[in-house]
Ligand binder design. Structure first.
Ligand SMILES: [Zn+2]
Length: 63
């Protein structure tokens, strides 16, 4: 397995969490939504590595 090409960073300037499957990303997104009430999260495919999924908050997605 090669290293993921993804170098996406979040607003905190740290690497975004990477998920190898949509199921894993979805599970984590649900967890986030429970903790951050009122916030919604979206699963997106990584722009640099389509095999990777990220979770972005709706706030982030509006940028
Ligand atoms: Zn990425």
């Amino acid at each position: 397995m090669s290293e993921p090409r993804c170098v996406c960073r979040n607003h905190m300037k740290s690497l975004k969490n990477r998920y190898s499957s949509k199921e894993a990303a979805l599970k984590q997104a649900m967890w986030h939504m429970k903790r951050a009430r009122g916030a919604t999260f979206t699963i997106v495919t990584c722009k640099t590595d389509p095999a990777i999924y990220h979770i972005i908050s709706s706030r982030e997605a509006k940028k």
